[in-house]
Design a protein. Sequence first.
Length: 164
Amino acid sequence: MLDSGEKGTVVKVGVRSTTLQTRDEVLVTVPNAVLNAAKIVNESAPGRRKRIRVPVGVAYGTDIDAFEAAVVAVAEAESLVLDSPKPRMRFRSFGASALEYELLCWVRSPVRGSKATHELNRGIYHRLTEMGVEIPFRQVDVTLVDGGPDPGVGGVGHPSVGDD
């Protein structure tokens, strides 16, 4: 993976450039001078396994002990997730609309990370829905104050009738 976010498998190394094949089977030629100056992450060496991080938000007021146990159970039941190290939850922050968690678990190889994330998201969604746990979305409360301008007459960007 390049620092630009592009991922691929090296298929050819030349004197002046290197060719990568992306997961979408697109060939990308990168000048070696760019590679020399770039941060490159080799996801396939030395070990093959990869840790994945799945962010999960939960509504304020949720029983967090039951929530954490349910999400870990989903990860433990997912065949793409390794048994060791064991999946675990981390409470990351108090968000604007949710308690923000992260599920941490390992898959056998980097190529399986996207599929595992997909399956985990589906499993978590189904399990939390079964439990009646609210998965919040960003919300904004708007309060109208009496005495303010009538938005239809003379409000910002709306001149009153008769204004010259």
